[in-house]
Design a binder for this molecule. Sequence first.
Ligand code: NAP
Length: 482
Amino acid sequence: MSTTDTPALNAPTGLLIADEWRQTSQRMPVTDPASQQVIAEISDASVSDGLDAVSAAHDAFQTWGLSAPRVRAEILRKAFEIMSSELEICARLITLENGKATRDAMGEATYAAEFFRWFSEEAARIEGGFRYSPARDKTIITDHRPIGVAYMITPWNFPAAMATRKLAPALAAGCTAVLKPAGETPLTALWIGDVLRRAGLPDGVMNIITTSTSGAVSSAILADPRVATLSFTGSTYVGKMLLKQTAERVLPSSMELGGNAPFLVLEGADVDTAIAGAMIAKMRNGGAACTAANRFYVHESVADSFTSKLESAFAALKIGPGVDASNDLGAMVSVKERDKILELLDEAAGEGVVISASSVAPTDGAFIAPYVVRGVEHGSSLTRNEIFGPVAPIVTFSDQADAIRMANDTEYGLISYVFAKDAGEGIKVARQMESGMVAINRGLASDPAAPFGGMKESGLGREGGFAGIHEFLETQYFAVDL
Ligand code: NAP
């Protein structure tokens, strides 16, 4: 495929710094994981380019930070409208560089645009406080102001939504941004930069750098005193490394990290509802989601029925290039990521489990068939590791308290799924889950209007909802004698 085969590849390829697309002589390839073809070559930022982006963001903050919330709201609203009218372009870019199926990419593009709408509404609703102290000796005034230049690092699995989930609240709050997307999926982020420019975002408010030396460029940016906060989404491993660096400057950091979501099917749960939920919780994005159901704990009374129905549902999935909209399961982001999943399966095979794949994946490209794994023991490799692919390990249980204990037996705590006989029982169990989010009798929780985030090693802070904008605001208190 040549780079001119699709209009989606008219996405910019330069670094966005102070409203200019800067082309560097050093280039980085972007590969379509389905065809293994290089689809674009983009700029490769040096440390000095990264610091130029910080300078641009810092300069722009002097006016953007004082701009009227209504002005910020209307630019974000315009960005929502542009993106909503170009969802197909966005989805095609996502599919081409990430590999996911068109339906998943359209879902992501829609979800991503919604962050611009939600935070356009939040921009004008930043609250303060005004009250007496309990002793009535003073008045307590609480104000919120934009924190400053925000550095944002995003992963490859949701190249649009992870960018807008950070950019929209930051810009709504009055912050300026430097965004560094993942090396595998930079084109979607660059395209979003173009959307924001077309929406009227002033020069330098948003800057984007793509680089093959993330570690060196990010370290220099995080050490720069003009940078006021880090917003990171990615693995817990990299998140911890970055937290060590931000600790040096006591830099506020928001961390959306890895997950190991348990999916509980309790006694009395409706199996068809649980299967419908599993097909979303496990298969959205081919299982490459931090929120993906990673381990299934199924009550013995429904285990056979649930497992057989899941195998049938997997067998019905059509696997192939995501750009063909008739395919349900596209490619993994790279052959390397696909092979990591296969290695986990190999390891599981040595643990006496029964692995079934009812369909066959194309051999060219980063494809993998979906697998159901029966007879899995809690504590085995599949229940310990974030699989990040279409593999469903099934653990059978007889005692609900035991299932809850196993579900919580992990250092992660992003999301849990609970399928119960009714919502009341579901909430009772949800309250015992050590996770920031619980989906009850449904397979999807993410919503721009809801607080997304994890407990334990799954993260710090929340994105979206009413909380999301506060990651980019500093609270200031005035004590006044009136
Ligand atoms: P990753 O390897 O941690 O990479 C994430 C981002 O960090 C990429 O932009 C990457 O850039 C960058 N990075 C890597 N090393 C770095 C360093 N030393 N300094 C600065 N930046 C560095 O994660 P991934 O494989 O892209 O994404 C999958 C992970 O993200 C999974 O664990 C998943 O659960 C998690 N995730 C979490 C959420 C959530 O909201 N909690 C959402 C989505 C994904 P390069 O690409 O240039 O290396």
